[in-house]
Design a protein around this ligand. Structure first.
Ligand code: AMP
Length: 143
């Protein structure tokens, strides 16, 4: 299965944030949207980082619970692994597992077009296995 297929079935908008927003605002977004990460974009909408709930938890462990003076740019990861719509989901899953992160933004011709989470990838794989199982059952019962 291709990344494109997951994006098509997911639909919806991509959750982004700009670097000058506060961590309090970012946490509010994560909570309201019930998601684990925000893609950080500049004013032109270009990808410049990613902020995940893990970054917030790590900062709290290091600096204490009060992050009111921190901004997205202070905690975000700057070097982001991305994928393309034509990539195989299994290859993206390997990138996530090897890199120990659960989110990968999708870029198409230099434009940010979506995000794949480990949950999306696992769901897609389960659907694929289910289809294979049905095809095998049909094949066996028709023989
Ligand atoms: P996550 O497992 O996605 O919540 O993120 C774990 C850590 O990896 C956090 O520090 C994130 O900022 C970082 N991270 C998340 N996604 C990516 C990515 N696609 N490329 C690089 N780092 C990432």
């Amino acid at each position: 299965m291709k990344v494109r297929q997951i994006l098509e079935s997911k639909g919806g908008e991509l959750a982004t944030i700009t670097p000058e927003r506060t961590i309090e605002e970012a946490v509010g977004e994560l909570g309201r949207r019930r998601i684990g990460s925000l893609v950080v974009v500049d004013d032109a909408g270009s990808l410049i980082g990613i902020l995940s709930e893990r970054d917030v938890v790590s900062a709290m462990a290091e600096h204490g619970m009060d992050l009111t003076r921190s901004h997205v740019r202070d905690l975000m990861t700057h070097t982001v692994t991305t994928c393309r719509p034509d990539d195989e989901v299994t290859d993206v899953t390997v990138k996530m597992t090897d890199g120990r992160f659960r989110h990968v933004p999708v870029m198409d011709k230099g434009q940010l077009v979506g995000l794949i989470s480990i949950g999306d990838a696992v769901k897609a794989r389960i659907q694929e296995l289910e289809h294979e199982r049905e095809a095998l059952r049909d094949y066996i019962s028709s023989g």
